[in-house]
Design a protein around this ligand. Structure first.
Ligand SMILES: Nc1ncnc2c1ncn2[C@@H]1O[C@H](COP(=O)(O)OP(=O)(O)OP(=O)(O)O)[C@@H](O)[C@H]1O
Ligand SMILES: Nc1nc2c(c(=O)[nH]1)N=C(CO)CN2
Length: 180
């Protein structure tokens, strides 16, 4: 648990990915849409990473990144927010792990372990995906020790994937704090 998070707020980490359309613009729009919620404050944003598709490989390469937010939304509310933003940005679900205009996954929220029908925390596949771990490593600090160690350890396990994840530039957004 990160003791520097303002009281009443949760700390959450979100992975973003896109491999259809104007990927960079869509990812930026998704972050701006998150920031428009009065009860979500984007704290930190990784750079963009060009990544080879994993799982279903016959599809274009992805742009991936990760953001850290503070929020007073509950985990299920935040998941609904992410699904709503995906829909607003034109996400269509057909092939599992297939091409998408945008994907928003909730990776971690405080130090919660959840296993409900619609939400698992931490995200059950994050530790096996360099396209998640490399951007996440950019924004996680030792103030969040459980996540920090998870990322360090998991990255060693996926060292063979690291050539499939290439830094592609800084996030152009900055976030004046909305927190009181
Ligand atoms: N931590 C989580 N973050 C996002 N979705 C989750 C999470 N845990 C469970 N889910 C559920 O997974 C469902 C499918 O999500 P989605 O279509 O984005 O999967 P995917 O991105 O194709 O695959 P993957 O889950 O392997 O990343 C969501 O509707 C949601 O209910
Ligand atoms: N490189 C990359 N591969 C993927 C991605 C992704 O975001 N990036 N998302 C998937 C489903 O969550 C499946 N495969």
């Amino acid at each position: 648990m990160n003791s520097s998070v303002p009281s009443d707020y949760s700390e959450a980490y979100i992975a973003l990915g896109a491999n259809l359309g104007n990927r960079e613009q869509t990812l930026v729009e998704a972050i701006q849409m998150l920031e428009e919620y009065a009860d979500i404050s984007v704290i930190r944003c990784s750079g963009f990473y060009e990544t080879a598709p994993v799982g279903y490989v016959d599809q274009p390469s992805f742009l991936n990144m990760a953001v850290k937010v503070y929020t007073t939304q509950s985990p299920h509310e935040l998941l609904s927010t992410l699904l709503h933003i995906e829909n607003q940005l034109g996400r269509v679900r057909d092939i599992r792990w297939g091409p998408r205009t945008v994907d928003l996954d909730l990776l971690w929220m405080d130090d919660l372990y959840l296993n409900s029908e619609t939400l698992e925390l931490p995200h059950p596949r994050m530790h096996e995906r360099a396209f998640v771990l490399v951007p996440l490593q950019e924004i996680v600090t030792a103030d969040t020790p459980a996540l920090f160690s998870l990322v360090e350890n998991a990255l060693q396990q996926v060292a063979d994937q690291q050539q499939d994840v290439r830094y592609a530039g800084a996030c152009p957004l900055s976030f004046p704090s909305k927190l009181k």
